[in-house]
Each structure stands twice: as C-alpha cells, then as structure tokens.
Design a protein around this ligand. Structure first.
Ligand code: HEM
Length: 441
C-alpha cells in the first residue's frame, strides 16, 4: 500500500490545484491526471468501462462524461440510495484496480455511512408513502415557482420604472431562486436546475466544482470551493501571512458583488480557449438584459440596471455561501491532518458541515440559505423536503455509532452568527485542532 502524501490522506498534492486559472475543467484535468484510469472509471477497488452506459445513465450524461479516467467512488456512493445500482454497475466490470484509492475516505460495509444509507433507503421505501414524497417535492417546486414569478415581475418593473431600488429587489429575489435551484442540479437532468444559470453562474460547471468536488471532498485539498480563491482567501490550516489572516477577510465582504462577473469572465475565457463549449443556458442572463431593453428602457440604462440586478445578487450569493455551513475552527479543514470522528466518508462530512439553528425549520430559509446542510451533504440527490423525514434514522444511527450527541441534535448549537464569525476565525487559524481522535491514532 502506498504511503499517503500527507496526514490529510491524499497520495500526492493535487495536480493543477494551484493553477492561476481556477475552473471546472482544470479541476477535472487535475483529477484525471492524478487518478489516470484512461478510458475507465474506478469505483472502490474495481475498474469499469461505462462508455456504453453514459447515454442511458438515469441521472444524465454529464456525470459520467466528465469523470472518465477518474475514481468516482464518493460520487457513486452519495448519489444513489437504491442498492440495485450496484447490480447495474457490475455489468460494466473490467478488472481490479491497482493500488489503493487516492482519497482520505473509506466506505466500509458496516461503517457509519453505508449503514446509514441502507437504513435511509429502507425507511424511504417501506415507511414513507409515495404521496408523502410527492408532497415534499411539491413544497419545493411551489417555492421555486413563486420566486421565479416574483423575479420576472420585478424585472418588468425594473424596465418600466428604471429604478435602481427595484433592480436591487430583483437581484435579491434572483439570489433566492439561484440558491433554491441548487436542490435541483444535484439530481437527474431537469429544467429547474437551469434557474442556477439565471445568475452569471453555470449549472454545468457547478455540478463539477460543487456537486462532485465540494460534496465529494468537503474542506479537503480536492474541494474546489476551498482552492478557488487561494492564495488570497485561504481556509487551509497552515502558515499564512498577516494579510491573508486579517486583511483579506474584511475585503471579501466588500468585493463580493464582483463574484458573478468574475465567474462570467472565466466562462468566456474557457470557451475562447476551448475548455468548454457555449451552452444555451449561458445566455439566460443576456435574455434578461434584452427583456429590460425590449420593454422600453434605453440601452445604456438597461445595462446599468442589469448590472445592479446581478451585482446585488452576486453580493448576497457570495456572502450567504461563505457563511453557510463549512467554516469554523471546530470543523475539519485541509491541513488539520485527521478527521475527528474517523475516515468513513459520512463521518468526514459530519466533521466538515454544521447546521444552523436559526435557519433550519423554516422551508424558505432552508431552501435559499443552504439549511438542513448536514443531511443534504450526506444525501445530496434527495429533495430538501425529504430530509426532515429521514432525520430520526440519522439520529438513531449516530447514537448506534456512539457519536457525540450534539452532531445529531436539532436545533444545532450553532447559529448563523457563530458561523459568520467562524469564517474570520478559520481564515486566521494556522494551527491544527487540538482534540482530534481519528481511526488511525
Ligand atoms: C460520477 C458518478 C455518478 C453520479 C454523480 C451519478 C448521479 C446520479 C444521479 C444524480 C441520479 C439521479 C438521482 C435522482 O435524481 O434521484 C442517478 C441515478 C442513477 N444512476 Fe447514477 N451517478 C453516477 C454513476 C453511476 C454509475 C457508475 C452507475 C451504474 C453503472 C449509475 C447508475 C444509476 C442508476 C441505475 C440510477 C437510477 C437510480 C434509481 O433507480 O434509483 N450511476 N445517478
């Protein structure tokens, strides 16, 4: 068995992690270079040829198209609850994989995550009726429909009144829709996921940088949402300059309105250099500009109003995202060396995600501010409305695995204020946590 590169459990420092152009395509290129399974995919200790399965994958083509040559164990495990998926996978088996996985995580059959997953599957298939699941789904789609209606109404009002105040309101509602649509791009292809693209964001890119990278490897070196803003915004635990620790944290809360525009700029560059193709949904923000102008607003004024809509949305999106659930010195961050509760993937998630007591329990807040985040991370393809239904199963499993009571408790002991302050504390942190006990100790 190869020696891990660091106490954080990777065999080597991730290729292209520090490349100046941080994009979804670079992340994939780095992963493919490090894993190097050519035209095959790795799941656990076996290699599969899924080429013929790509076009019939019920979750959509993208997931497998972009991961050829990679170890997809994490994504495979957290995306499917139904054990039937394993029978499908077996049909594509080619050969055993050589060497251990390049990942800090394990998926032991009797470990926390696989036990929880099996119990959740049993619970949902035997104790929860189809009507209950449909009602949970409907609650979410209703919220998204209302937000969409409000946004387009405000966009029309922006054009007619030419008021910056109305444009800001439209920007606020746009941020709410975008965050709500996050529920949908984790699932099989569906039109609702493209609401993410209404801002200057790309659901295609975020399925890679968020669904595959951030969810698979939360707060580790492979988490794109950690590396994206380095070396300026650096959440890792290692030696940092005073500017990184105390000045940059203040700056991010003032320049976040630029985030969408930087994302759009990077998309234009990556399309121009052939890293990705232009997708129809990339044009959705321009349709909004056209609408404002077409409704009678002079073009230059329409551009200004459109910039206000997207600048406002960007500002709130970035702030809500950064203070949501992942940054506090209590949580694992790359450089901590070991996970507090063990290397099981689910336990790694419990070490890198926290719920907030003032967000959870209110559906609109949960959907638009990344609430119920622990269960969402464990089962990202489940509708947000279903997460509360499986909470008792989660709590019982935490008890059975003798995990600290606070991990399963609701309300969580953390508030939004704790996690907002946590961002500053984590950016300033240079020393690994003290009370760490992992399986390897
Ligand atoms: C990168 C790895 C993968 C990802 C991210 C992924 C993602 C997904 C998603 C999002 C869904 C739809 C879930 C929903 O909306 O409820 C799905 C369904 C499904 N996937 Fe995958 N998938 C991956 C790999 C695979 C592989 C390797 C197989 C088997 C060869 C597979 C077989 C299936 C099947 C059979 C379903 C239907 C699930 C059901 O019947 O409950 N997937 N997948």
């Amino acid at each position: 068995m190869e020696e891990p590169y660091s106490k954080d459990g990777f065999r080597k420092y991730p290729t292209l992690r520090d490349h100046p152009l941080k994009t979804a395509a670079q992340w994939l290129a780095g992963r493919t270079a490090d894993d190097g399974y050519g035209h095959l995919w790795r799941v656990g200790d076996k290699l599969y040829n899924l080429s013929d399965f790509i076009k019939i994958h019920p979750g959509g083509r993208q997931w497998l198209e972009v991961t050829r040559g990679m170890d997809i164990t994490e994504a495979f495990e957290y995306s499917h609850l139904n054990p039937h998926v394993r029978t499908v996978l077996a049909k594509y088996y080619v050969q055993p994989a050589v060497g251990s996985r390049n990942s800090p995580y394990t998926f032991e059959a009797d470990g926390f995550y696989m036990t929880l997953k099996e119990r959740v599957h049993q619970h949902l298939s035997t104790k929860v009726s189809r009507e209950e699941k449909e009602a949970a789904h409907k609650r979410i789609t209703t919220v998204q429909d209302r937000l969409l209606f409000t946004f387009f109404t405000l966009l029309v009002a922006t054009a007619w009144t030419q008021s910056y105040m109305v444009a800001m309101l439209a920007g606020i509602v746009l941020m709410l829709i975008i965050n709500c649509s996050h529920n949908f791009y984790h699932k099989k292809d569906n039109w609702r996921m493209f609401c993410w693209d209404l801002g200057l964001l790309s659901s295609y890119e975020w399925r890679i940088t968020h669904a595959l990278s951030h969810h698979g490897y939360t707060n580790t070196l492979w988490d794109f949402e950690l590396s994206d803003f380095e070396p300026y915004v650096d959440f890792r635990v290692h030696s940092k300059s005073l500017t990184q620790r105390y000045v940059i944290p203040l700056v991010i809360f003032t320049v976040s309105y630029l985030f969408f525009f930087v994302e759009a700029f990077k998309r234009i560059v990556t399309i121009a250099i052939g890293q990705q193709r232009l997708r129809p949904e990339n044009l959705l923000p321009l349709v909004q500009l056209f609408l404002i102008w077409w409704l009678g607003c002079p073009f230059v004024q329409a551009v200004k109003l459109w910039l206000v809509v997207h600048g406002t949305s960007s500002y709130l999106f970035a702030i809500v995202g950064i203070i949501a659930a992942h940054h506090h010195p209590d949580m694992y961050h790359a450089g901590d060396g070991a996970f507090q509760y063990g290397n099981d993937w689910g336990l790694g998630q419990l070490d890198a995600v926290r719920d907030r007591k003032d967000v959870d329990g209110i559906l609109l807040a949960e959907l638009t501010m990344y609430g119920n985040h622990v269960l969402h991370h464990l089962f990202p393809t489940l509708d947000h409305g279903v997460l509360d239904i499986i909470r008792p199963v989660f709590q019982q499993t935490c008890l059975d695995f003798k995990l600290p009571a606070e991990l399963a408790q609701l309300p969580s002991r953390y508030t939004q204020w704790d996690l907002s302050l946590g961002v500053f504390q984590q950016l300033a942190r240079t020393q690994p946590r003290l009370s760490v006990h992992s399986k390897s100790d």
